[in-house]
Design a protein around this ligand. Structure first.
Ligand code: NI
Length: 130
């Protein structure tokens, strides 16, 4: 399991992007308009740390509710795994609960991702390696 990025929930996509650029981050992706999750996404990098800005574009978004509570906050760490099903099984055996089923992520060339919750470490994302 290798860290791929830290997901950052933000309210104003363009304003947040600019604020991160002012900290010395560089944009390393095109913007993705993810119509599965109703979010805008882009990736930024600084000192080999990659962060993902995630911003709901309407109330249908899976993270719209979360944004009301936690504005402009890191909210998940994404780990890249070779075998998604195996990783899910292993993590479920140690107290992680999958949120839904693996789904395609347009921001990752439609590689599959899944989110899991754990009471003590919060939310994580798993991304299948390509
Ligand atoms: Ni993510």
């Amino acid at each position: 399991m290798k860290v791929n990025h830290i997901g950052y929930l933000v309210k104003h996509f363009e304003k947040s992007k600019k604020s991160f650029l002012n900290l010395g981050y560089k944009v390393i992706s095109e913007d993705t308009h993810d119509q599965i999750r109703h979010v805008d996404i882009c990736f930024l990098e600084k000192d080999h740390y990659v962060i993902e800005l995630v911003s709901p574009y309407d109330k249908e978004s899976v993270v719209a509710g979360m944004l009301k509570k936690y504005k402009n906050m890191p909210y998940h760490i994404c780990y890249e795994v070779d075998d998604l099903d195996q990783a899910i099984e292993e993590l479920e055996s140690v107290g992680y609960a999958a949120i839904g089923e693996p789904e395609c992520a347009p921001a990752f060339d439609n590689r599959k991702v899944i989110f899991l919750m754990n009471a003590n470490s919060g939310m994580i994302e798993l991304l299948e390696s390509n």
